[in-house]
Design a protein around this ligand. Structure first.
Ligand code: MN
Length: 258
């Protein structure tokens, strides 16, 4: 099986395997999900220069980061939600590392999200995708493409007097993916893996509630999903090994055959 890795390395060198960056830039400008009371609103990221070839360290440059675990393109671990708090291997440092690499199934919901910013993925959308592309395999990442990552400024969080309006999953779709398909997790282009209005749902934040309760993961604020085929890409998504971490900004990559 060593040949598999040799083929991968050769494919990367020859451009037959393309690396697609699914990660957005991470900075103090990165938008933070508006949680609303009673939750404590997390701060924006702060990048504090420690030294920059100056009196604080003339031969080097380094920063100190102050960052909420769920900032920007990031990984959600099962321990993030109360439903997953007692599961084994549920935190950033204890998740088995082979779970950080898996096949991607990309569901294109761009048209639906363009028509309705509060669009919710239903099991019917998944069934329709499977009729065309085959059954979602166990251990797959399901990535919901909405082109939401192309929204800039205030249009990304899309908040009005009633709160945020951005697409997400109906609880029945999350349950189907977790329990009928045994996916590794679900990734989205929006700021979090639930709809903007999902704090009003029953249960609140049903995708977090369901997926993390089932030991599944989340990826939020992805981009470049329009560069992925419906099947065949391989996702590499590893959080920092934060002890007992609930999540972490991550450099999320996809390998795509050219
Ligand atoms: Mn998160």
């Amino acid at each position: 099986m060593a040949q598999v890795l040799a083929d991968l390395v050769a494919g990367l060198a020859a451009g037959q395997v393309k690396v697609v960056d699914l990660t957005k830039p991470l900075s103090p400008e990165t938008p933070i999900i508006p949680l609303g009371p009673p939750a404590k609103q997390p701060p924006n990221m702060v990048i504090e220069t420690n030294n920059k070839y100056d009196s604080r360290g003339p031969t080097s440059y380094s920063n100190t980061l102050h960052v909420w675990e769920h900032t920007g393109t990031h990984f959600d671990a099962p321990i993030h939600w109360v439903t997953g708090k007692d599961l084994p291997n549920n935190a950033c440092d204890t998740i088995l590392p082979q779970k950080f690499i898996g096949p991607a199934c990309v569901l294109d919901m761009t048209a639906e999200a363009a028509k309705n910013p509060d669009f919710l993925l239903m099991p019917e959308h998944i069934h329709e995708w499977e009729r065309r592309h085959g059954r979602i395999p166990a251990g797959a990442w399901v990535l919901i493409r909405t082109d939401w990552s192309k929204r800039e400024g205030a249009a990304f969080l899309n908040v009005d007097a009633n709160g945020a309006h951005s697409p997400g999953q109906h609880v029945s779709a999350s349950r189907f993916l977790a329990y009928e398909r045994d996916v590794i997790g679900l990734g989205v282009e929006t700021v979090g893996t639930d709809a903007g209005q999902a704090h009003r749902f029953d249960p609140p934040l049903p995708n977090h509630y369901t997926m993390h309760g089932a030991g599944k993961f989340g990826l939020a604020s992805l981009c470049n999903l329009d560069q992925l085929p419906p099947t065949g890409a391989v996702v590499i998504a590893a959080p920092l090994k934060i002890v007992n971490g609930s999540g972490s900004p991550a450099r999320v990559l996809a390998l795509v055959a050219n």
